[in-house]
Write a protein of this length. Structure first.
Length: 363
């Protein structure tokens, strides 16, 4: 298939659903998607409603904005309050609530915060404001980390001394390892397409080998996702867990060698805190010591007030797949897209945002 419309046809979708029903039989199967784009696509396409009742789809920590802890947001806000600092960030971070404020609220108070669409924009702001310190808030998974690493290499080459990155990057395999030994019995993962395009499908080999959990790397159109569920059901039914790739038009076993080389040149693995899960060893990316002159945490010492979480918010439990958004007492009333209490309602990849838009009646 070559065109998007071919991945959205009802006839082929119904045929795949019949195949899933046949392979699953009466066996209960639980699959988790760990990509926020998949979460939104599944909700938008009505895939849950198409599947047999014994196929259970749950959402995991696939939204980078959502898993970023309040301490990172609080740090960014404290920097934004400094007269000599310009904060640059992707737009999805603006309305994420920290312990006491958000970047959007700080900008309304005249803090110098600029939304950018790429690190190239952030670098240009640094060039145009040599007497200001420009900080890019680096939130994302392996998909965006190579481009942010590249910006540091450009800053080094051009001797841009007023450009800094707050590295809050996270990598996906370690939390999948943690969830696989948690208290939710998982039969399989719908593995993230964008992340896998960088790190390659081989990165998930440990899951079937160590935990007997099936894995399929999926694309983002309805037929992509349904086909990946069909492939997972087949693996589980045959008791033959492995790593397969449905998204072969983009993902290879090795991934993007050049992108990984750039990422690994600038960043190294580090322990990192995930909202709702806690600190996961080697699940984050910190800037290597040879590039510490671009590390915001090395440059700026900040005294943070005590970190606090919003009372009653179940975002952390949602990110672990323990509850669905409509289980949260705040969902749809106190917490909504206009007045979000937690980041899962803010991000366009957030599970709560997906449920609010498409699945408000689900229980």
């Amino acid at each position: 298939m070559k065109y998007i419309d071919e991945f959205r046809k009802l006839g082929p979708a119904l045929s795949i659903v019949k195949s899933i029903e046949k392979k699953a039989g009466n066996q209960q199967m639980t699959f988790m998607e760990v990509c926020g784009t998949h979460t939104m696509a599944i909700a938008r396409s009505g895939i849950r409603q198409m599947l047999p009742e014994n196929i259970n789809l749950i959402s995991g920590p696939g939204c980078p904005v959502c898993v970023t802890p309040n301490s990172t947001i609080d740090y960014s806000i404290e920097l934004a309050r400094r007269d000599n600092v310009i904060i640059t960030t992707f737009g999805d971070m603006m309305r994420v609530p920290g312990s006491y404020s958000s970047l959007a609220k700080e900008r309304a108070k005249k803090s110098n915060i600029k939304i950018v669409t790429s690190t190239i924009d952030a670098l240009e702001i640094a060039r145009q404001n040599p007497h200001k310190k420009v900080v890019f808030i680096g939130v994302g998974f392996e998909t965006t980390a190579p481009t942010i690493a590249a910006s540091i290499l450009i800053a080094e080459k051009e001797n841009i001394k007023n450009y800094f990155v707050l590295s809050a990057h996270k990598v996906m395999p370690p939390p999948m390892d943690v969830l696989s030994r948690g208290d939710i019995p998982l039969n399989g993962y719908i593995c993230p397409g964008h992340v896998s395009a960088i790190i390659g499908s081989k990165s998930y080999d440990f899951l079937p080998e160590k935990y007997g959990i099936a894995c399929v790397v999926a694309g983002f159109e309805p037929l992509d996702i349904l086909k990946s569920i069909d492939m997972l059901a087949d693996q589980v039914a045959r008791s033959n867990p492995s790593v397969e790739t449905e998204y072969k038009r983009v993902v290879t076993p090795e991934g993007n060698i050049h992108a990984k080389a750039v990422m690994n040149k600038v960043f190294e693995e580090d322990d990192s805190e995930w909202r709702g899960i806690g600190v996961i060893p080697k699940s984050g990316l910190k800037i290597r010591s040879n590039y510490k002159m671009f590390d915001a945490e090395e440059k700026f010492s900040v005294d943070l007030p005590p970190v606090k979480e919003a009372e009653g918010c179940l975002c952390g439990e949602v990110l672990q797949g323990k509850v669905i958004p409509t289980d949260c007492p705040l969902f749809g009333s106190v917490c909504n897209p206009s007045e979000p209490v937690g980041p899962c309602m803010v991000s366009t990849e957030g599970t709560c945002a997906a449920y609010y838009k498409y699945l408000r009646s689900e229980r």
